[in-house]
Design a protein around this ligand. Sequence first.
Ligand code: SF4
Ligand code: F3S
Length: 106
Amino acid sequence: AHVVTENCIKCRYTDCVEVCPVDCFHEGENFLVIDPNECIDCGVCRSECPVNAIFPGDEVPPELQAFVALNAKLAKTWPSITRSKAPPTDAERWADVGGKLALLEA
Ligand code: SF4
Ligand code: F3S
């Protein structure tokens, strides 16, 4: 399955959800996740993300491996999101910031 990673935190642009053919994105306060049980690995969401937060499961960089389990876990309880919405007003400011995992509101 594809995996949403750190760059999404506090950016949450939601461009990705519009293109998913199986509606497998789930929404939290400041982050989105993909349900690995629903994702069909079509890959179309990846290029929609302005901050390159989405990776195919076998291409997740070593430092972002924690997000594989995090997507699976949070997708179980977070509600589904299928239409894009306005990103946080300060999304741009967080685009290139590292170490955002501590800021994830789960
Ligand atoms: Fe949806 Fe395809 Fe992205 Fe999986 S890879 S989350 S099926 S758009
Ligand atoms: Fe997040 Fe990128 Fe989607 S910032 S909400 S993965 S478009």
